[in-house]
Design a protein around this ligand. Sequence first.
Ligand code: DX5
Ligand code: ZN
Length: 219
Amino acid sequence: APPPVVAPSILAADFSRLAEEARAVEGAADWLHIDVMDNHFVPNLTIGLPVVTSLRAATDLPFDVHLMIADPRRWAPGYADAGAYNVTFHAEASDNPVSLAKDLRAAGAKAGLAIDRDTPVEPYLELLPHFDTLLIMTIKAGFGGQKFIPAMLDKVAAARRHVDAGHLELRIEVDGGIAEDTIAQAAEAGADAFVAGTAVYSAADPAEAVRRLKTLARR
Ligand code: DX5
Ligand code: ZN
């Protein structure tokens, strides 16, 4: 199995110093997780394409863009064009996820499918050959700093069985409440990409926090 990926979420960073906050995890982080929220699909509001475009020039880290927005067909390809490594949109917001995944791949990005807390994974398993990442929320999408929901790991395990049985090349990513006390159980269930906001950016040394998480994610 490929080594685990840790993706610090800048949702927990200082938004007035995004370039510095991104550089603070260079050398330790694998991807930089960027939460785009539209005050519609989720109640919270964060940043959009202009900020991602500007930040793209400020760091070499691959961008893992997590779109918590309505109408991803309209907006997602723009993030691929802006140089995102992976663009993840929500299954709940998309009426044709496979078609959008194809568009993202054609635009040069990897394609990710996200499922929120109340969405089962089974209906989406057959779509996974069209995706590079499956993001399983381990909280309800919308805000950082929430408590990890262990019951979500049943979805991770089901996805892992399906991915392994089908020999799919797909990362299973978890997002929400990932910290030193929860990451090992997510890895044990079969996740191999880990988003961490609070656990990284509330640490005195964010890069060291990433390294510690990565060690705990090895299984
Ligand atoms: C929430 C976002 C997460 C958030 C996680 O909807 O998708 O990426 O940053 O924050 P923590 O790690 O604090 O739970
Ligand atoms: Zn996220």
